[in-house]
Design a protein around this ligand. Structure first.
Ligand code: 3PG
Ligand code: MG
Length: 412
């Protein structure tokens, strides 16, 4: 698939002031505020190297309001400092006077990292680019730059100001990592080798549940295995009751549960949900069958061992396997096995295998076998949306910006 956007090679970048949107949000240790996996920081390095002769200002996010890992980007800037040869500075501000001053002082060959862009409440809204171009974030910062570069493929499904607002008002280019990801994933858009299995897990049910409909409707997957909170949503849609620890958030998840219910009616046993769980009960892991989960007192933190075996077997019999999102809270000791076993099954299979998402790809790299997959994407939700045939708002914004830029050049 060809994308009609401009790239870095279309612009003179020497000495230019460049706003570089990166996706470097990473799994964090909530107690120490330390980054647990530096894959996304390392993935950003080639793009920063390509911009070595420019004045680079990095805009990025970490998590979102209300989450435990919604923190400053200071640790991300420190890690960038340790992997880049250029000087890296951090400013504890996004669009206020300190940020503006630091941006104006950024010299050729330097990198400035702004603080978490989601500290600005405007960035948490999703809307059309034309509207988001009028936010304070875009209108205050855009005049300070010559070029906007979007290299945040993992956020390309987010129609937020930092993704779709700036391309409305600045010459804009796709970054090298975004371009490389689209190139690799485009190859997956043809007919998959069959049987084709998709695995969806993790906590982001609003992203993951709706995408499954397209994946099954277009025949991208013959079957979809669901774990993590995504699995719980499908079980709930099938009438399963959980205990208090999950009932509270499931009560608020009416929309994804309704969607899951209609998919179960349409696709039946092409969607496979967990049959048991690993729970944290009295300080240790217990295996509990799904039918007994409502009565159990522990927190459900992983798929159970029977489910892991069943999922691993399905993966072993597949010719294409695409996975995004962990099966449980693998960061917590005793609850890594569901996610580890599906990654091991994929890593040792002969199938065409793709994993994505900061957490799943990060865990594969912590386990030391990230190189045993056909492709490891920095993106989870964005990758799945793209494979499901959806148009990603950030890509559409870059294409629109390129048309606008060409027209202006033609007219002048
Ligand atoms: C991701 O990690 O999937 C992207 O950075 C998007 O993050 P978000 O789901 O918090 O918007
Ligand atoms: Mg993320």
């Amino acid at each position: 698939m060809e994308f009609d956007y401009l790239k870095l090679s279309d612009f003179d970048i020497i000495d230019r002031k460049i706003l570089l949107r990166l996706d470097i949000n990473s799994p964090m240790d909530l107690k120490t505020n330390r980054i647990l996996d530096n894959s996304r920081i390392l993935a950003a390095k080639p793009s920063l190297d390509a911009l070595r002769e420019a004045r680079v200002v990095v805009m990025a996010h970490q998590s979102r309001p209300g989450k435990g890992d919604f923190t400053s980007l200071q640790p991300h800037a420190d890690l960038l400092k340790s992997v880049c040869s250029q000087p890296v500075r951090f400013v504890e501000d996004v669009m206020g006077p300190s940020a503006k001053l630091a941006i104006s002082e950024t010299k050729r060959g330097e990198i400035l990292v702004l603080d978490n862009v989601r500290f600005c409440s405007e960035e948490t809204l999703e809307d059309k680019g034309e509207k988001l171009a009028k936010t304070n974030l875009v209108s205050r910062l855009a005049p300070l730059f010559d070029l906007y570069v979007n290299d945040a493929f993992a956020s390309a499904h987010r129609s937020q100001a930092s993704m779709v607002g700036f391309p409305q008002v600045l010459p804009s280019a796709a970054g090298p990592l975004l371009d490389k990801e689209l190139d690799a994933l485009s190859k997956l858009l043809g007919e998959p080798n069959r049987p084709s299995t998709y695995l969806l897990g993790g906590a982001k049910i609003d992203d993951k549940v709706p995408v499954i409909d397209n994946i099954l409707a277009t025949g991208k997957a013959d079957q979809v295995l669901v774990g993590g909170n995504v699995g719980k949503v499908f079980l709930r849609a099938a009438g399963q009751k959980f205990n208090e620890s999950d009932e509270s958030w499931l009560t608020d998840a009416t929309d994804p549960i309704q969607k899951a219910g209609s998919m179960l009616r349409k696709y039946g046993n092409r969607i496979i949900a967990p049959i048991d769980f690993g729970t944290l009960t009295d300080g240790k892991r217990c295996e509990v069958a799904a039918r007994d989960i409502a009565k159990s007192t522990g927190n459900v933190l992983d798929i159970g061992s029977e489910t892991s075996r069943m999922f691993a077997q399905t993966i072993g019999g597949s010719k294409t396997v695409v996975a995004s999102g962990p099966m449980g809270v693998f960061e917590q000791t005793g609850f890594e096995s569901g996610t580890r076993l599906i990654l091991e099954a994929m890593a040792s299979s002969e199938a065409f295998t793709v994993i994505g998402g900061g957490h799943l790809a990060g865990y594969a790299s912590m386990l030391g076998f990230a190189d045993r997959f056909s492709h490891v994407s920095t993106a989870g939700g964005a990758m799945m949306s793209m494979l499901a045939g959806e148009k990603l708002p950030a890509i559409a914004a870059l294409e629109e910006a390129s048309r606008r830029y060409r027209e202006t050049r033609k007219a002048s």
